[in-house]
Each structure stands twice: as structure tokens, then as C-alpha cells.
Design a binder for this molecule. Structure first.
Ligand code: GDP
Ligand code: IMO
Ligand code: MG
Length: 431
């Protein structure tokens, strides 16, 4: 028995999907525990690309159980579409393998409408959300008027609550946000279909995981987004609406406290961010376009161009400590080939003073100046490398320095998007 969590240490899109897909080989159960379809995790296997939004990234192995925990907010229609697409493209059989928590909350069309209307009203101050209704769905959960999957069992009662919510949300949309209300027509029938298809998947997922662990099974927790998008520890208000750090495994995943054996932090060899908010190491020159093109840095969920910057060791060190992570998987090292020199942010200056930690408020990140260390680059392509010793000396030096500054032990290095394009130094399930 072993439990491992994979957590993003930056602003998301670190390559969690690829690492979870790889580790899922050695796990029995893969669990998503927070967020919703604002996540987009890319898997490239045998030349085919899969983008998973709600279904855990164990889906491509026929025998792994995929769990959607109570900490998630799930758009049921998007989930059905994802299941159908996975079935078409990867012969995914959801029956018996996909377990959906009774207690997960549903994202409804009015959540999306509110999310989008608020962003539109904010104009230049907008957060840059994905527009998938994640924030408003979590608001309703905390306000205790959200709809949980368990409520589908008693459809008349579910329908009453849905109509009540719709009435209230439509008033808010019309009168406060000056936006179009959401039509009820079709929604009730759609939810009937959701009920028919999803009821067989509903499960007490915490109980299921406890049983699985008692049977000696290995459980892999798949974080979504990233530490800097965490509702408490991120760059608030430019964050997502859930807890993204490893402690969410206990609340949102149903694992008892202390039962996590290892936390694997994931970082890109540089940094990206989608949406607004402070980003100290952001590159504003043409080099950003070059990196964006080489690293295909366009949001997998919304196709927006990602902002690109240098590796920020100050933030990564903070993230590793917050998550209780000592081991690190570094992805996309191959993208830095040909960039010379490469820079690492080793400290900030704040009002002239040098700091190696973050200012007391993460929002103050827009007032810091990064202090860079420059290292010589390398020219060799890395995509066919499978051993650390095969990497150019300067690439190894970059990795060593980056890990030293981040307080991390390097266990994996990504050298391409495909499942096999990785150097594995240590597998947390096997070590
Ligand atoms: P996630 O949200 O953390 O799962 O990351 P995304 O899938 O949104 O974004 C990561 C992108 O980088 C995807 O397009 C991956 O296919 C790709 N990727 C992952 N690891 C590597 C790597 O080591 N090298 C390269 N070139 N691409 C990678
Ligand atoms: P994965 O799991 C990158 C960002 C959005 C926006 C902010 C709030 O693929 O790494 P939201 O719709 O969540 O209310 O938007 O959070 N964001 C992500 N950025 N990767 C993600 O997920 C993200 N999930 C949310 O761009 O800035
Ligand atoms: Mg992503």
C-alpha cells in the first residue's frame, strides 16, 4: 500500500497529466480531489493526444479505477461528453471503473453564466477565469445551496431545488449583472439524462478508498491547477476557487490525515501563467513568443496564449514547503534547448532590499523585482534522452542549480510531450 500525490508548484499546466499518466502504471486507483473542468491535463500516448478535464489521468489503462472526489465541482454534461470521447478514442469503459462521489457538487449553466457576466463587467480588472462556472459553483457549495450528485436519486426534490436556484440566479443575472437569464427549457430533461447515466457511478468514494487501502492497493492523487492558484496561498484574487495544495487530498479526496506517503511537486523548467495577476519573472520580449511557440504554450482548456517567464526558484521553494513535497518532477527541459543564457530567479528585491522569500502578501508580487542568476545554455535536442548522464553538461548544471535553490530532490525530467519522453530517476511508488 502506498499513497502519492502529484501537485503543481506554479500557476498550473506544469505537466501534471503526463506525470500522473506515467505513475498510474504503478497505481491501482487515481483520484481527482479538487477543481473541475477548468483543469486540462494533456496525455500524449502512441502519437494520440488526450485532454482530460474531469476524469482522472489513469483513464488510459484498462484496469485502473478513476475516482472523482467530493472536493470537486463537476459539470455533469461536460463529464458525459468526456466519458463518451474517451470511449470513442481510447475504448474507455466507465462502468465499474469510474467512481463519482455522492457529495461532489454540480456545476450548472447558471454558474457559467454568472462567471462570464462577472468577468465581462470587470473588464480590464477581470481575473481571466476559464468561464466554466467554477467560482460560482464553489460559492453555492459554501452557501449551502449547491446541488450534489446524491440529490439526483430523488429527482422531484432535485428538480424543485434546481428551479428554486434558477429563479434566484436569474434575478441576480438580470438585475445585478445585467446579463441574459438562463432558460429552464431543456435543462430539466438534460438532468434526467444525467441522472440516468451517472447514477450507476455514484459512490461513497472515501469509503471506497479506505477499503482499497486496506486491500493493499496503491492510490495516486492528481492535483489540478497549481499552488500559486490556491485560494489561500496563491496570488489572490487572481486564483481559482479551490484549495490546490496537498492538504486538499484529505478534505477533497477523503484520505485520512497523515496517510499520504509522498508528495511529488511538478514544475516546468520555466514558468507559465494563463489569466491575469502578478508574475514576477514574466518575459516581455520576443523571447516569450519563441518559448510560447516551442513549448506550445496555449491553454489546453481555453486555447488562450500562456504568459511565459523564467523559472522562479523563490516561488517553487515556497510551493515545495507548503505542499510538504521533497521530490520534484521537472517538465519541458527540452523547450529550453537553444536558449542562451538561461535564467533562474534566485531572489527578489523589494524596495531596494534583497529577499529570498515572498512578501507577506502574495499580491505584493507585483511590486517585486526578480534577481536572476544566468547560466550557460545548451544547443543539443533532448527529446531522445532517457538518462540524466546523456544530457548536455549545461543542462545538468541548470537542473542541479534549480533543485538546490528550490530545496528539492529531482526525480523526473520531462524531455518531450509523449509518455515515454521522460528521464525517471526515482519512482515514488517503488522507492
Ligand atoms: P497540466 O495541466 O499540468 O496537466 O499540463 P497541460 O497538459 O495543461 O500542459 C502541459 C503541456 O506540456 C501539454 O501540452 C503537454 O503535452 C506538454 N508536456 C508535458 N511534459 C512535457 C515535456 O517534458 N516536454 C514538452 N515539450 N512538452 C511537455
Ligand atoms: P490545470 O489543472 C492554468 C486559472 C485561470 C484563471 C484562474 C481562475 O490544467 O493546471 P477559474 O476558471 O478556475 O475560476 O480561473 O485560474 N486556471 C488555470 N490556469 N491551468 C489550470 O488548470 C487552471 N485552472 C484555473 O486561467 O487565471
Ligand atoms: Mg492544464
Amino acid at each position: 500500500m502506498k499513497t502519492v500525490a502529484v501537485i503543481g508548484t506554479q500557476w498550473g499546466d506544469e505537466g501534471k497529466g503526463k506525470i500522473v499518466d506515467l505513475l498510474a502504471q504503478d497505481a491501482d486507483v487515481v483520484v481527482r480531489f479538487q477543481g473541475g473542468n477548468n483543469a486540462a491535463h494533456t496525455l500524449v500516448v502512441d502519437g494520440a493526444t488526450f485532454i482530460l478535464r474531469l476524469v482522472p489521468a489513469g483513464a488510459l489503462y484498462p484496469s485502473k479505477v478513476c475516482v472523482i472526489g467530493p472536493g470537486m465541482v463537476v459539470d455533469p454534461v461536460a463529464l458525459l461528453q468526456e466519458i463518451d470521447e474517451l470511449q470513442r478514442k481510447a475504448n474507455f469503459r466507465a462502468n465499474g471503473r469510474l467512481k463519482l462521489s455522492y457529495d461532489a457538487h454540480m456545476v450548472m449553466p447558471y454558474h457559467r453564466a454568472i462567471d462570464r457576466a462577472r468577468e465581462a463587467r470587470l473588464g480590464k480588472q477581470a481575473i481571466g477565469t476559464t468561464g466554466f462556472g467554477i467560482g460560482p459553483a464553489y460559492e453555492d457549495k459554501v452557501a449551502r445551496c449547491g446541488l450534489r450528485f446524491s440529490e439526483l436519486a430523488d429527482f422531484p426534490s432535485f428538480e424543485r431545488k434546481l428551479r428554486r436556484n434558477l429563479l434566484e440566479k436569474n434575478r441576480y443575472l438580470k438585475l445585478v449583472l445585467k446579463a441574459k437569464p438562463v432558460a429552464v427549457g431543456g435543462l430539466i430533461e438534460q438532468m434526467r439524462e444525467v441522472r440516468r447515466r451517472l447514477l450507476p457511478h455514484l459512490c461513497d468514494t472515501a469509503g471506497y478508498l479506505a477499503d482499497a487501502r486496506e486491500r493493499g492497493q496503491r492510490v495516486l492523487f492528481e492535483g489540478a491547477h497549481g499552488t500559486m492558484l490556491d485560494i489561500d496561498y496563491g496570488t489572490y484574487p487572481f486564483v481559482t476557487s479551490s484549495t490546490c495544495v496537498s492538504s486538499a487530498v484529505f478534505t477533497g479526496g477523503g484520505l485520512p490525515c497523515g496517510a499520504l506517503d509522498a508528495v511529488l511537486g511538478i514544475a516546468k523548467a520555466y514558468t507559465t501563467r494563463v489569466g491575469a495577476g502578478p508574475f514576477p519573472t514574466e518575459i516581455k520580449t520576443r523571447l516569450a513568443d519563441q518559448l510560447r511557440a516551442k513549448g506550445a504554450e496555449y491553454g489546453s482548456a481555453t486555447h488562450r496564449p500562456r504568459r511565459v517567464g523564467w523559472f522562479d526558484a523563490v516561488l517553487t521553494r515556497r510551493a515545495m514547503r507548503l505542499n510538504g513535497a521533497s521530490i520534484l518532477a521537472l517538465t519541458k527541459l527540452d523547450v529550453l534547448t537553444g536558449i542562451d543564457p538561461v535564467k533562474i530567479c534566485v531572489a527578489y528585491t523589494v524596495k531596494g532590499a534583497r529577499k529570498t522569500d515572498v512578501p507577506y502578501s502574495m499580491m505584493r508580487l507585483d511590486q517585486v523585482q526578480p534577481v536572476y542568476e544566468e547560466l550557460p545554455g545548451w544547443q543539443e535536442a533532448l527529446s531522445d534522452k532517457r538518462e540524466l548522464s546523456q544530457l548536455p553538461r549545461n543542462a545538468r548544471r541548470y537542473l542541479e542549480r534549480l533543485c538546490e535553490l528550490s530545496g528539492a530532490k529531482l526525480v523526473m525530467v520531462g524531455v518531450g510531450a509523449s509518455r515515454e519522453q521522460i528521464i525517471v530517476l526515482e519512482n515514488p511508488f517503488l522507492s
